[in-house]
Design a protein around this ligand. Sequence first.
Ligand code: ARG
Length: 438
Amino acid sequence: MRLLPLVAAIAVGLASAGAAFADDAPAPAHIAVRAAHLVDVQAGKVRDNPLVIIEGEHITEVRYDGQVPAGYNVIDLGSATLLPGLIDCHVHLTGDPNEVKGDYYEAVLKRSSIDSAILSPTYAKRTLDAGFTTVRNLGADDYVDIALRNAINRGDIPGPRMLVSGPPLGATGGHADGTTGFSPWIQFHDINGVADGVDAIRHRVRENVKNGVDVIKFMASAGVLSAEASVGAPQYSQEEMNAVVDEAHRWGKKVAAHAHGAEAIKMAIRAGVDSVEHSSLIDDEGLKLAKQHGTYLDFDVYNDDYILSEYAKKGFPASTVEKEKTVGRLQRENFQRAVKAGEKMAFGTDAGVYPHGWNARQFAVMTKWGMTPMQAIQAATVNAADLLGMTGKVGAVAPGYYADLVAVSGDPLGDVTQLEHVAFVMKGGDVEKNDTRR
Ligand code: ARG
């Protein structure tokens, strides 16, 4: 009760500050972006001589007659090709493998979430500069992801639009339990998502919702970077997975399930998850089920290269590298089968397992293993937006969408690695990077 006068005073202060700001606010920017080509991801084709008309944060029109309306400032990108801002459906902006400098346990035992919070804006900026204007952050301890998202949304720091999960749910001793493998006397005083049994799971989902998450993530199976013996064994019962999804959906939140093993993948799909992450060992029945349920499959198919070439050098446990060898190749083969089967697929890299800003390296692996460049680009734009529930806002260059644009100097459909060198990035009408100016 004693707080009330203070709260009222703040509210009055904000109201008058808001009014003053509204009076002084500049008129929304009127910008027209010109380029030689546009990848129209909705139509699945390239169009020439696009002119994207932007008012404030949004695109109002895309025209091809070259006529700039009166009062618009033109950003001319010359011979470049425009695309919608890219979307990565699986990142971890609160960590990076380069934090491990020869000693994994130094990084795990001598740092806290405050260290993560200090570094995460740097990773957010790298991701944005790499052309990823929207990301889904699937897993962070202590709600560091919420603070990061909020700081970006307030305009305090640059970064991509973020949907965040908070701490992922998972079983005691499983992939979400950071103390697995340590002495039973070691405890971390972190906010994590460990929850066993239906009631505890429902409570944990509600905690995450209460603290402001956009999406619920849970560990349906074991993993590579955690200490369990298996990579793919189920870690929740069917009843527990059903409870995660039922509770999350009731609160209007989509659900992403981490799952490597064939059985865990099928259990997660049957529970009604919106996406399966990793999807590594999916079998024919799993592919069929995913189709029936309309479940998105994300395959983080670049990771294997990085883990096998860098992790031992960096000082990660040898067991991690050994586990990776049991899934990496199979994951790529199964990715190819999923492409052939015509599954719903979105772009998710698990960046943070490999360095932030390298997200686009996954495109080359996706095209090597069966996608056309257009399909890979669609996975990271229209399809990703659909999975995130953001169709109409992001993932296409069209009227009403946020003015989130990237440009590359070459032809990304001829050479998808062009996307690794994005020269221009605009988010919500603000130019974040422009290397086309010389
Ligand atoms: N976060 C994942 C895990 O620990 C990374 C898996 C990387 N390997 C792969 N082949 N995608 O399980």
